[in-house]
Design a protein around this ligand. Sequence first.
Ligand SMILES: Nc1ncnc2c1ncn2[C@@H]1O[C@H](COP(=O)(O)OP(=O)(O)OP(=O)(O)O)[C@@H](O)[C@H]1O
Length: 846
Amino acid sequence: VLWPICKFPQASYTVEFQKCGLPHAHILLWLQSSARFKTPADIDRVVSAEIPNKELDPSAYEAVTSMMMHGPCGIGFPRAPCMEKSQCDKHFPKKFCDRTKIDERGYPTYRRRNDGAFCVKNGAVLDNRHVVPHNVDLLIKYHAHINVEICNQSKAIKYLFKYINKGPDRARAVIEPDRDRAERGVDANGCVVNEIKAYLDCRYLCAYESCWRLFSFDIHFRHPAILRFLVHLRDQQNVYFKTSQSAEAILARPDVRRTMFTEWMAANAKYESARTLLYADFPREFVWHPDRKEIRTVKGVLHPTFQAACEAHGLLGDDKEWHAAMDESSYAASAYELRELFTLLIVFCQVSHPTNFFEQHWAMMSDDVEYNLRGAMPDPNLPIPSNEIHNRVLSLIGDILLCYGTSLADKNLHVPPSTGGIFEDDKLIFEELSYNCDELESEHAGLVYALNPQQRSIYEPILASVEGGAGQMFFVHGHGGTGKTFLWKTVLAAVRLRGSIALAVASSGIASLLLPGGRTAHSRFKIPLNIDRWSTCEIRRGTQVARLMQQTKLIVWDEAPMMNRHCIEALDRSLRDICGASQPALMQLPFGGITVVFGGDLRQILPVISGGSRGDIVDSTICNSPLWSHCRNMHLTVNMRVLTSNSDNLDHGCLASFARWLINVGDGNLPASPDYDDPEGDWIEIPTDLLIKYSGPRFIDCYAEPSYLRQRAIITPFNNVVDQINECMLDLMLGPPSDYFSHDSVSVPSGLTSGQLSSYPIEFLNTITSPGVPAHRLRLKVGAVVMLLRNVNQMSGLCNGTRLIINVLGVNVIQAEIISGDHISRFTRNIVYNEVLSCISSYFEL
Ligand SMILES: Nc1ncnc2c1ncn2[C@@H]1O[C@H](COP(=O)(O)OP(=O)(O)OP(=O)(O)O)[C@@H](O)[C@H]1O
């Protein structure tokens, strides 16, 4: 039993330990810090760790030696209950000590003089080193083992509270048998009523807690409560702000104009009774809520309820936000854009009632559908049943969902009856076979003609493998600019113009945009995000994706070295299974007999293994996969980027030397600079002739021009520096900023109980920053450059790395223009704040 006494020695309560049947209860008294315990001598008066003098006080000697001697334990007494791994877990015997001391942490070391005092217990001689700290008067009065400790400084006081709230070590639980129902009362609904049990069904308070409450001890308090009354001259109140905030944003804050003092004046004007009170007396009848003055005011509008204010902030976690996004977009967006936005919301934004959501908005997504149906009818004036249009919109949304690798059924949307169109059930195959063969032919002819000898020596065996059905596996090594993408385009065109299916994938979204018909490997093959050596792709036999795989003749996988080998092995397992379903012999072949070409530069980014060591990273690369032994390695070494660059602005000699220098960096051939004697890093000096000296126009004069922004970027390795640069650049731009806030919650299926959940309050979640996820507050302005951090829609060029310029900042929707990749100048409306907008990183360029 551990018991705190706060007012010792005038403890006003009487706890009769012996009556409790605990004559030798182990009681720990923590003596609260007070003026009495300022010096070691004060402590010595109350707590002792020494054997009293038998001659002077026999009863004290008797009490201490019978109850407060620890042990014997240690050598010769290994079975003592305190012994753990040959050591006493209470650290007895203690050291002799001439006087009581309190260490800097607030823990006391009691006086244990080496004065020859001893007693004999269980045949062992024990001296002052074995005395448990005690108070002699308490021992004599209660005749119980009462361990007394001084809780002398605030650092140690936490124990006082810890022990109170710790609860008992033991509890008794009773499992009652289900007695005969007849003995019990049954209410009108047939439910058993056990009045006695219901009466006794009370909250359990442990002994410590109940005593703590009975004695009304404070847990904490501050006395006296002090509130500083603000006084200032008219419009001369202090305004606190961060240097990074713009003047407009500061002035828009309601707390800037309304202070405690101005509101006192306002209350005087409004309430008769207030005029009788002095400022200092005001709190007796009025309450000042420092936080309430602004919480209901959003962008200068005072909302009637907190809920309305939350809604205006877009903080409500129901579908309202998505409905509002659709409504907001409907004023300016076309039906086609609205369908894309709708699909985006369904895929990324966890809409809770997809069917309701669709039913409420399908009409606004149907303008062009009705127009097209009428155009196809012999008499355009005939009425079209709304059911027909409804289903047509659904089916168009189904087509977009397919591009995201999902379907109407997967998203709990109604599946309309089939219209019986060609390839209705195999849209993915149809899509892959619908390339324009004439265009492909002329493109291919030009590309093949231009191939350099190295590229040709790779192109031919790949085509031979595809045409002969040999199902070979290739790996094409090549540094940046050696013409890998050029080669992929040639090979893909060659296979596709023959009417065969060739799938182009890349490990990253931005690289996939460079390939014709390119997708990320994860989305194309449904590779699970949590991957291990036993994973398989989430492609079921008999599905559209599975049928597409069975028809595929070639897979080109760019930037393969940055993919964990388990992803590649998962694809191998899945393709063996899917292709082997129709021809069992294919199960024995890598990738089910499909020719697969991997490409990349092993010196570039390797797979990211969170918390992994260098060895883990190397182990996860493709060349350590068992599949590697099947791989035919080919090399591209001629830097075509240097050879073919025909820009007048570029000095070819400089470009070539830069390319050579870059290869040397990658190969580790450059010595660390003698100027930077840094044992941690490998510092390499960039030759001054490779540095570009900037002498162009200023950012503030040109930032409205997309072509200016497209060619410029600031790259820094740390997110906090990015944030600082963003703030600085945003301030340089004209116009008011808009703030968008993320909406974070703890994922409940992660095994947390509700108690554990409450230890992750929203405020805490909002402070968490992690790589790849922007901060809780995203500040944007029209004209700002942002970069997408997720693959939102690769077909539209919206993927991880796509840069856009903000054109319109709505409440729920942002309209932006793409400024990088092949989809430049495409307007996109389908970026909606909350989960999806959280994939945007504010990103500026000079
Ligand atoms: N055989 C060729 N004839 C003419 N131009 C070529 C040839 N091969 C490549 N190029 C050109 O060289 C440049 C670099 O080629 P490409 O982008 O294919 O290289 P890469 O290896 O994919 O580079 P990175 O790894 O940096 O993406 C491109 O402009 C491309 O058009």
